[in-house]
Design a protein around this ligand. Structure first.
Ligand code: 6GP
Length: 829
């Protein structure tokens, strides 16, 4: 082991008594120690929450040991490191994940048992770390787990929001948002680094100076805020490697506003100082766009500037000059949110390191890789030039210079095609002049990744077509994946045990390809029976949760049909609800004898609507009023139930997914970049009802269309259907169910008018009407399949067996090899 204090190493080890031990008695001692000295409760009297805290601190101690060893090892080996820059990470809970990855769950359970506590109960005490909105943010979390597990020398960087994604409260069927002050009860999973802090500057002016006979620009900032590091250890599974997620919090800077102090306005000076903290206060809860928000731009720059200072400091500690910076540093831009780091790195290399434009630019274009997570052109970030100029005047100049060089290069290549030049320019001219952040990212990155094959095609043929034609070699894709550690092992322990039993090994937890061997047993009736038992137990757990949350009792014999994700028009929760209304209406119109043939369903919907997104909020209300009618109709009974699960988040997903039979991924084709929820359901043996969008196509290749329920217009059919608009006849059943909503069958007639208008009268941009008939057919096919229990179990096993390609381990290996150029760096155990 590397020692620090010459000659005293042995003594230090004596004092430390080696590393912490993981047997139940040692764990018990540690837990009691933390009860007494960290939580400061008497070891003779502490409750579940205090036990959770003490357990977390005991686990964290073990993480810290591994974290130290890993960082020390990286330092010694000095490999090329990946820095993953993301404004959002949806980590969820840490205890269960850490305990699992450390491989100490049984020992913890036993230790707690003897103290009179239950591990599972304590794990439930933890709130979610919800520092992100949806798909992009959870993907970052899954990828961190894979980076650690696969021993890559990686760091994550982000913002430590004090308020995470809002809590969704449902009152009378309407969504209300409440602040998620998640740090209220402390956060044992982070380590505050009071000494790791950097000054981040904003505003001010740029002046020209002559230094050594050369003209150079000097930025004289108007405001300084301090960024303080909070480290979150991310343990790998089955390895000692534990990497770091460093999140920045804004604190007032010491040098802040000296002026006010000297003028004697002491109180106001303090109040003003405190304003600095606003920057990292709150996560923007709308994942559609953030156009023109000053605070958003400041958040982006704040985290990027601090991260780059940290990265450059680490690099300089080991290297005398910047020559091999690109061989040692890979910077991953998780969407455009951190893209301002391009201009910031340029600025540091030019203005502070004085490398000159050519050298600086040469470095910059070798280090950045960019992944985009969206399809919609209108969702691409733009920042008004005026805003940019006021907040980051020097960066704007640099972007102009980059753009000038790019435009010259382009003109030389394509000639005076001004329409194309203006489309590709980083600066958008118009009534409001904007910086197109996506264009900046593409121009300055060596690689542009999409998140599924279909997404990549759309990028090449539509969204970034001009760029693809210019630089085809820059464009790649890495189909998303999710981590099986959280989405099977932690959230579905009985399925995990069953898989390991049949495969005769637990190695699939690190080597997901082994799952494919389950295919051999898919028709084995013993496995099928055990598989059904596991599902039943998970459904029971979910049914109990539903009853607690919504008071609705559901039958375990019913098919649990689930759609959980952010509420968006393109994700078409409305299509789902209209389908439920259709089912209800059909049951109502049946003879009693016919009703016996109906396959009972529990339709479950969960998700948050962005606070300012009126139509999405109406969808939530519609779900509630329809549920109210159906769930209280004795004609229907257990044949149909509709439930809305409030406050959907990562830990709710961990409970819901294992208990689902069928799940819906029904976006209008061409709108979902990838989708990752589908992959979690797939791993848990849940059948998919899906459109051919995002990664569905690749899922079909693994599972076979015959084991899924695919419906709806294809990506290339959508534009034509849209053009036809009102001439596309929606089926009669569609008109009928929309009419029921319009006419107030479920009440709130006036309120739902605008919602109905989005899918009728030739508007229906998301093709809810056009896809309706095909949706109902897919639903009917699912009903038919569900009746045959053996067949259904076989399909379910095949889903899990075919899910290996959708592990984030595969995605990360692909990134490491083909985008980042990094190698594993395994810390000796
Ligand atoms: C999401 C995409 O909508 C989803 O399809 C994809 O699976 C996920 O990213 C991960 O790649 N996008 C976002 O969450 C987002 O904020 C800007 O995009």
């Amino acid at each position: 082991k590397a020692g620090y204090i010459g000659g005293k190493e042995e003594h230090m080890f004596e004092l430390m008594d080696g590393f912490l031990k993981n047997d139940p008695v040692s764990l018990q001692k540690d837990i009691l120690h933390h009860v007494e000295y960290t939580v400061a409760r008497s070891r003779f009297s502490f409750d579940d929450f205090e036990a959770y805290q003490a357990l977390s601190h005991s686990v964290r101690d073990r993480l810290i040991e591994r974290w130290h060893d890993t960082q020390q090892h990286f330092k010694k080996k000095d490999p090329k490191r990946l820095y993953f820059l993301s404004l959002e990470f949806l980590m969820g809970r840490s205890l269960s994940n850490s305990v699992n990855n450390l491989g100490i769950q049984d020992q913890c359970a036993e230790a707690l048992n003897q103290l009179g506590f239950e591990y599972e109960v304590l794990a439930e005490q933890e709130g979610d770390a919800a520092l992100g909105n949806g798909g992009l943010a959870r993907l970052s979390a899954c990828q961190m787990d894979s980076l650690a597990t696969l021993d890559y020398p990686a760091w994550g960087y982000g913002l430590r929001y004090q308020y995470g994604l809002f809590r969704q409260i449902i009152l009378d069927g309407y969504q209300h948002e409440q602040p998620d002050y998640w740090l209220n009860f402390g956060n044992p999973w982070e380590i505050e680094r009071v000494h790791v802090s950097y000054a981040v500057k904003f505003y001010g002016t740029v002046e020209e100076e002559v230094v050594n006979g050369e003209k150079c620009k000097v930025w004289i900032p108007g405001e300084t805020v301090e960024a303080v590091a909070y480290d979150n250890p991310i343990p790998g599974y089955g390895t000692r490697n534990t990497i770091n997620l460093r999140l920045w919090a804004a604190k007032p800077s010491d040098g802040y506003d000296i002026e006010s102090y000297t003028t004697g306005d002491y109180i106001n000076a303090i109040v003003n100082r405190q304003k600095a903290e606003i920057i990292s206060n709150v996560l923007y809860p709308d994942d559609r766009s953030y156009q023109g928000k000053e605070l958003r731009l400041k958040q982006q720059y704040f985290f990027v500037s601090a991260s780059l200072q940290d990265i450059i400091r680490r690099f300089k500690d080991a290297h005398g000059n910047f020559d091999n910076f690109p061989e040692k540093v890979a910077l991953q831009l998780n969407d455009t949110h951190p893209s301002i780091s391009i201009a910031e790195l340029m600025r540091v290399l030019l203005d502070e390191e004085k490398l000159g434009w050519k050298k600086a630019w040469d470095i910059v274009r070798q280090v950045f890789s960019f992944t985009t997570h969206t399809v919609q052109q209108e969702a691409l970030e733009k920042v008004p030039v005026d805003l940019f100029e006021s907040v980051l005047p020097r960066h704007l100049q640099i972007i102009y210079d980059i753009n000038f060089a790019f435009m010259e290069e382009l003109k030389a290549k394509i000639g005076p095609d001004y329409a194309r030049l203006s489309r590709m320019s980083i600066v958008e001219e118009g009534a409001v002049k904007n910086i197109r952040v996506a264009n900046l990212s593409i121009v300055c990155s060596h690689t542009v990744n999409g998140v599924s094959r279909a997404h990549s095609e759309l990028l090449k043929t539509r969204v970034f077509r001009d760029f693809y034609e210019l630089w085809p070699e820059k464009f790649q894709y890495k189909t998303n994946g999710v981590t099986q550690r959280r989405w099977i092992v932690v959230s579905n322990p009985s399925l995990c045990a069953l898989i390991s039993k049949w495969l005769g090994t637990e190695s699939w937890i690190r080597n997901i390809d082994l799952l494919a061997r389950l295919r051999e047993f898919a028709s084995n009736s013993d496995l099928q029976k055990e598989w059904q038992m596991v599902k039943k137990v998970n459904k029971l757990r979910l049914a109990e949760y539903i009853e607690t949350m919504s008071g609705v009792k559901v039958s375990l014999d019913a098919m649990f049909d689930v759609q959980i994700k952010r509420i968006h028009e393109y994700k078409r929760q409305l299509l789902n609800i209209l389908g439920v209304i259709h089912r209800y209406d059909s049951i109502k119109n049946m003879e009693k004898s016919e009703r016996r043939k109906v396959v009972p369903r529990v339709c479950i919907i969960g998700g948050k609507a962005p606070p300012g997104y009126e139509i999405a909020k109406k969808v939530i209300k519609l779900c509630h009023v329809v549920a109210e009618t159906i769930n209280n109709d004795n004609d229907v009974g257990d044949l149909l139930k509709l439930v809305f699960i409030p406050d959907y988040n990562v830990s709710v997903a961990e409970l819901v997914i294992p208990g689902s039979d069928l799940s819906q991924h029904i976006s209008t084709a061409g709108h979902e970049a990838s989708g990752t929820g589908s992959m979690k359901f797939l791993m848990n043996g849940c059948l998919l009802l899906a459109t051919d969008d995002g990664s569905t196509n690749e899922i079909i290749e693994e599972i076979g269309a015959e084991n899924m329920f695919i419906f709806g217009a294809k990506i290339n059919e959508v534009p034509t259907l849209r053009e036809k608009g009102s001439t596309v006849k929606a089926p009669l059943q569609f008109a009928r169910v929309v009419r029921m909503v319009r006419d107030g069958y479920f009440g709130f007639k006036d309120y739902f008018k605008s919602l109905c208008d989005t899918v009728e009268n030739g508007k229906d941009f998301y093709l809810v009407g056009a896809d309706f008939a095909s949706y109902l057919e897919a639903q009917a096919a699912a009903d038919r399949a569900y009746v045959d229990k053996e067949k259904w179990s076989e399909m379910s096993i095949l889903c899990t067996a075919g899910s290996g390609r959708f592990s984030s381990d595969r995605t990360i290996e692909d990134y490491a090899e083909n985008t980042w150029g990094i190698q594993p760096c395994k810390c000796p155990s």
